[in-house]
Design a protein around this ligand. Sequence first.
Ligand SMILES: C[S@@+](CC[C@H](N)C(=O)[O-])C[C@H]1O[C@@H](n2cnc3c(N)ncnc32)[C@H](O)[C@@H]1O
Length: 188
Amino acid sequence: MCSAGPGRGRVCPHQGAFLLDNVLRRWLQPPQKILQGFVEFGDTVIDLGCGPGFFTIPLARLVGPRGTVVAVDLQAPMLDRVRRKAGRHDLADRIRCHRCSSDRIGLNVAADFILAWYMVHETPRPAAYFREVRTLMKSDGRLMVVEPKMHVTRSAFTALEDAADTAGLIRLAPFGGLASRGMILSRD
Ligand SMILES: C[S@@+](CC[C@H](N)C(=O)[O-])C[C@H]1O[C@@H](n2cnc3c(N)ncnc32)[C@H](O)[C@@H]1O
């Protein structure tokens, strides 16, 4: 998907954003279909490592006019793309962009749903990252973590599962597909 970002702590460069939002990916990973069972009208959602907004825009449609999506990324050009798309799709009123640093999200939000798609392996310390993510979840909130098999081996994903356990998250179910390994988690 983004071939420039393998390995722990290596960030997928914004110059490769076109690889993350295109017709082929929409066919392989239809965002609305993937997310619709997890998000309701009026929800507060965080899209961690949102990149160019492949999931941000469908999430904004799913939360409706009373909901909010906070799009979080450490690269300003990725957030610029999200802002432009939000404007084009007339969804700017429900999408908030937040620039974070690599090891601190720095939000004060209680989320119903948090998406971390293809990004946790790019964070320098996943257990610490998950600890902060946990503080952003409502007590009945859900976290979806999905990682690319191309960059995250089975054993590396097991290490992420352990990091989630260490952070106090509860693993509810696996979640995946042909090219991905994932899990759904809760806070309590
Ligand atoms: C492979 S891209 C995935 C983007 C998007 N989630 C998607 O599936 O299209 C990873 C994104 O995570 C961002 N990222 C990497 N480390 C991050 C961190 N510690 N905090 C927030 N964003 C991060 C990168 O800047 C990049 O936009």
